[in-house]
Design a binder for this molecule. Structure first.
Ligand SMILES: [Ca+2]
Length: 488
């Protein structure tokens, strides 16, 4: 420590500037003083501006605490351990989902999804916060919205959330066992193996919910009116990107393929006819064109085994992940980022955690968290560099290369960068094969902030083709590259 320290001090004394690239992405304990959790299967917020975190455990407890890394106290918001059936380890039953009503700040309603015994079934129910204590639910306020019998103990899905259309979405597994022996996911009169969508703000007779009129079977009644999408095996986490509106779903595979789907009204996602992009059991199935295939699939061979779907990153700790769908695999612990623009997909691994990620969740600011089986809630480390401020207050404090905008683009995009001191600067565009396409800047520039446009033309003035390109900023003390997408 002492060596580095004296080095830093010396540089401050001389009034010089050093910079370093951003710290690599890692995960850190988000709430190290709040105590461990027992199989935390979800994290969310109440959307009421109170900036609290709610963590649901499989064993039926929901904790609430302030969203602060130094927080050391938590309250038990709700305990429904007496209503659920569960087990330890890989038992897939228990409290599986939690969602707060969009008008929670006025009506105090929140919803849970849990597995109940005798008969084994999924229960979706509503509770209300207590009138006197915002950190305590009224445990006697339960209103059952829906119950769905479960033929086997596994594949209970569990995700519930309010979409940007105001409707309530439910992820239902295929009922369990293996290979969907009852062909439930393809049976339109069954709620199992489906994504359901209901209106919890309406009642119809004795039914504590209404049917959105645009659900595919809402009018005909040929199938269950609650169905939004079909052919799902075991949706383990689903989320809607608040910017694009895409609903991402991680659907756990049988034994060969894990998949990420974009869920749309009326689509059939293939299970048990298809697992990922591959036939599984096509007996009685329609033509391939009847089914919607994943935007991404990966083999569930060791060390991978089971997808944990996540969220499109809209937080602030790692700006370079903006717009990327972040997800994991329960067994390998790897975390990947996926970029989907509505037609094409690119993805890569961000890091390998040492933990099994049970679920992701977001807080009120859309920052992303990871609930691990070891009982820890993780988040990404901050994107900070270890640069030291220049004595010149007008100059940027460090080198930086920003993400181009717009991106994707056609045909022109802007690239911004900052120089803390006079630098020999080269800004270059490369294609995906690493071949130089265009030199934008190759000169000496003084300290300051710069913006440079690229018009999609190469060094010969020719328009280049659609695809992925990279831009690289090179100075004596700094190098960074970023990816961009030219769409035509
Ligand atoms: Ca599928």
């Amino acid at each position: 420590m002492s060596k580095i320290y004296s080095f830093v001090i010396a540089l401050i004394v001389w009034g010089m500037t050093i910079t370093a690239k951003a710290q690599p992405i890692a995960v850190q304990n988000a709430f190290p003083n709040v105590g461990g959790f027992t199989q935390p299967i979800f994290l969310t917020h109440s959307g009421d501006g109170s900036n609290r975190i709610f963590v649901a455990q499989k064993n039926g407890l929901i904790y609430v605490f302030q969203n602060d890394s130094t927080v050391s106290t938590r309250n038990t918001f709700l305990n429904i351990s007496n209503k659920i059936v569960t087990g330890g380890g890989g038992d897939e039953r228990g409290l599986l989902g939690l969602a707060f009503h969009p008008d929670y700040s006025t009506n105090g309603y929140f919803y849970v999804n849990y597995t109940a015994p005798s008969p084994l079934r999924t229960v979706i129910s509503r509770f209300k916060v207590s009138s006197g204590n915002p950190n305590k639910a009224d445990s006697l306020s339960e209103l059952i919205i829906m119950e769905i019998n479960q033929p086997y103990s596994n594949h209970n899905g569990g995700m519930i959330f309010f979409g940007d259309d105001g409707y309530f979405y439910i992820g239902m597994g295929d009922g369990g066992s293996a290979g969907d022996p009852g062909n439930r996911a393809q049976t339109i009169t069954e709620k199992l193996g489906k994504i359901l969508r209901i209106d919890v703000d309406t009642t119809v007779g004795a039914q504590n919910y209404g049917i959105p009129p645009t659900n595919i079977y809402a009018d005909t009644g040929a199938g269950a009116k609650e169905i939004y999408a079909l052919g799902i095996r075991n949706p383990w986490r689903m989320s809607q990107d608040p910017v694009t509106g895409f609903i991402y779903c991680g659907d756990v595979g049988q034994g060969s393929w894990e998949e990420i789907d974009i869920i749309q009204n009326g689509k059939n996602y293939g299970w048990r006819c298809y697992e990922g992009n591959n036939p599984y059991n096509t007996s009685g199935c329609g033509p391939q064109g009847n089914y919607t295939f994943p935007i991404s699939a990966y083999g569930s061979n060791s060390p991978d085994c089971s997808v944990t779907g996540g969220y499109v990153y809209r937080g602030t700790r790692r700006p370079e992940l903006a717009g990327r769908y972040i997800y994991s695999d329960y067994c390998s612990g790897r975390i990947r980022k996926l970029y989907y623009n509505g037609s094409t997909v690119s993805e890569e691994q961000i890091l390998l955690t040492q933990s099994s990620i049970l679920s992701f969740g977001v807080d009120q600011q859309n920052e992303l968290y990871m609930c691990a089986n070891n009982g820890t809630i993780y988040r990404f480390n901050l994107n900070t560099s270890v640069g030291i401020t220049n004595n010149n207050n007008n100059a940027p404090s460090e080198y930086s290369l920003e993400q181009n905008f717009p991106n994707p683009f056609n045909p022109t995009t802007s690239i911004r960068y900052s120089l803390p001191q006079i630098s020999s600067v080269k800004l270059t565009i490369f294609n995906s094969l690493g071949k130089e396409v265009r030199t934008l800047i190759n000169t000496t520039q003084t300290a300051g902030k710069y913006e440079r446009q690229w018009d999609g033309r190469d060094n010969n003035g020719q328009q280049v083709s659609s695809g992925v390109y990279f831009y690289t900023l090179n100075t004596e003390d700094f190098t960074d590259s970023k990816k961009m997408l030219l769409l035509k």
